[in-house]
Design a protein around this ligand. Sequence first.
Ligand SMILES: NC(=O)c1ccc[n+]([C@@H]2O[C@H](COP(=O)([O-])OP(=O)(O)OC[C@H]3O[C@@H](n4cnc5c(N)ncnc54)[C@H](O)[C@@H]3O)[C@@H](O)[C@H]2O)c1
Length: 271
Amino acid sequence: MAGRVAGKVALVTGAARGQGRADAVRLAQEGADIIAIDIAGPLPGVDYDSPTPADLEETVRQVEKLDRRIVAAKADVRDLDAMRAAVDGGVAELGRLDIVVANAGICIPRAWDQVTPQIYQDTIDTNVTGVWNTVMAGAPHLVQAGGGSVIIISSAAGIKVQPFMVPYTTSKFAVRGMAKAFAAELGQHHIRVNSVHPTGVNTPMGSGDMQTAIGAAMATYPRLGAMFINMLPVEGTEPEDVADTVLFLASDESKYITAHELAPDAGVTEF
Ligand SMILES: NC(=O)c1ccc[n+]([C@@H]2O[C@H](COP(=O)([O-])OP(=O)(O)OC[C@H]3O[C@@H](n4cnc5c(N)ncnc54)[C@H](O)[C@@H]3O)[C@@H](O)[C@H]2O)c1
């Protein structure tokens, strides 16, 4: 079987749509079978549309169209027991696990004094504890396989502050550190752990009332709008652009890259 990740099995969280679906499809195009996990239901506190079970089914359809196997499960990354059950079930069916993409996340932009304790908690629970739960559910299987690659989806907001997102920025810096901490200890098992830091990506995260929420926050200090500008002359990137970075980190082409941050960020973090 040809392909840059042929014969491997990849776990992707947040796989119902957006970047998670693109990651699942790109990895499948290169020969991987997929364990796809998503809450596929109402997201806490967000301004944009929540995903549905039909979204997760569409990911299944797209992967199966590529003649790859996929096991999909509706689970909440905030629930460690549910994550372990879903991942263990997928591995029992597909035989092994080599790649973990901790992608599920939420973003609730607000001016600093409009952030409620609930917004703060939901963001940290999903974006930090959810990533920890994902690695804890997946890593034992990578140890079992004799090695693998863990890819944590942070954000440009995990390298350079993005304004009007105190909880989100906090969470994305946190998982950048988490990646390095896991990389140190998992290295002995030939497991690499890296973080990915995209700039704005055109996904359903930008749907619904998201632009209104960002606009309202921006109005409190418009000068900070410049912090979102990319160095390259593009306003946004596509999920497939980030999936190419994920594929590189999943494949053996990056076999000596670990504890590293890779930024498909169009230069925003240096601008
Ligand atoms: N869109 C952007 O501009 C952008 C930029 C940089 C980083 N990111 C990050 O990329 C990742 C993917 O985001 P996206 O743009 O594809 O957004 P998205 O909202 O389209 O997709 C995120 C997916 O994660 C799932 N999810 C959220 N909370 C979950 C939970 N508790 N349990 C299980 N699944 C859950 C959602 O259901 C959804 O399918 C996120 O971590 C996000 O923070 C996004």
